[in-house]
Design a protein around this ligand. Structure first.
Ligand code: GUN
Length: 303
């Protein structure tokens, strides 16, 4: 029987721990979130970040620029926040409009205030196994594994996806935990031969329900980082068993979509030993880890 790893419980524990630490501080940490344009998903993510900050006692500010802001204006705003001593963490929600160079923006955030861990200085420290502010999503995956008492050391871990936000830092963090790590991607040959050897399989591809039974080793720990909108009823029927199907079809009828990860839940239930659901898995940890990173950034900078 597969065990479902609930992100909700773990995220709540982490947020409670952060809230306890924040209470001990004379001045609470301060997070500044920058949003550009009207990306629908970004609006939801930013709202969740602000709400979580409030819940744990972190002060948050939200600057929302129109999609027509110039790169120079955005850089100027970040420059001001970098030198503002009351600000501990700066987060620029991605993606940015195409006329703005995302790399240049991420590089402009002071590494000490880079609570996303995307600045090359922090990414470089992670690569070297040094103390740093880690990217929130992979850090959340490590928390799920550790707090569920899943052994990482010596295990074969396969990460599918090589993004700077998830795949690459995920691989580095698993390596730091002494796993034997393989990174797969869109050009990998014989993908299922590699993934079917994984004790820990991390899917961060961005393709709804792509991982099926043939990709999963019997009893493996399957961590689903994907969040995809599925509108096609026939795909929903393929991915869900009777326990969830009706609810999912209802969502497609009423909202026009249902949120699905990169792993077929039906396949995971048949083959995996542990599985993170979507929604209710890794996504909740990302926000909890942002709170933890903001706390850490404030403690490191102020001491
Ligand atoms: N867009 C999607 N994921 C993320 C994230 O973790 N941080 C930021 N800043 N933007 C994102």
């Amino acid at each position: 029987m597969v065990k479902i790893l609930s992100g909700k419980e773990i995220a709540e524990v982490i947020k409670r721990e952060v809230a306890e630490e924040v209470k001990k501080m004379s001045i609470p940490p301060c997070l500044h979130v920058i949003q550009v344009g009207n990306n629908e998903a970004s609006a939801v993510y930013v709202a969740n970040k602000i709400k979580s900050a409030r819940e744990v006692g972190i002060i948050s500010h939200h600057t929302h620029f129109s999609a027509t802001i110039t790169q120079a204006e955005l850089l100027e705003k970040i420059r001001q926040l970098n030198v503002d001593d009351s600000v501990d963490g700066i987060l620029v929600q991605l993606p940015l409009p195409s006329h703005i160079n995302e790399d240049m923006i991420l590089e402009s955030i002071h590494p000490e205030k880079d609570v996303d861990g995307f600045n090359p200085v922090n990414a470089g420290k992670l690569f070297q196994g040094k103390q740093t502010i880690p990217p929130c999503t992979p850090a959340g995956v490590i928390e799920i594994l550790k707090r569920s008492h899943i052994a990482i050391e010596g295990k074969k871990a396969v990460v599918i996806g090589r993004s700077n936000i998830v795949g690459k830092p995920m691989a580095m963090m698993l390596l730091q935990e002494n796993a034997t790590v393989t990174i797969c991607h869109s050009r990998t040959e014989n993908l299922e031969r590699i993934t079917a050897q994984a004790d820990i399989l991390i899917a961060a591809i961005g393709k709804a329900g792509f991982i099926r039974e043939k990709h999963i080793k019997e009893g493996a720990v399957v961590i689903d980082v994907g969040i995809n909108k599925v509108t096609d009823e026939s795909l929903v029927r393929e991915l869900f068993d009777q326990t969830e199907l009706e609810k999912r079809l209802k969502a497609v009828k009423e909202k026009g979509f249902t949120l699905v990860g990169d792993v077929s839940p039906k396949s995971a239930k048949q083959k995996a030993g542990f599985f993170t659901p979507v929604p209710g898995g890794v996504g909740l940890l990302t926000v909890a880890m942002l709170m933890k990173n903001t706390l850490k950034a404030s403690q490191l900078r102020r001491n």
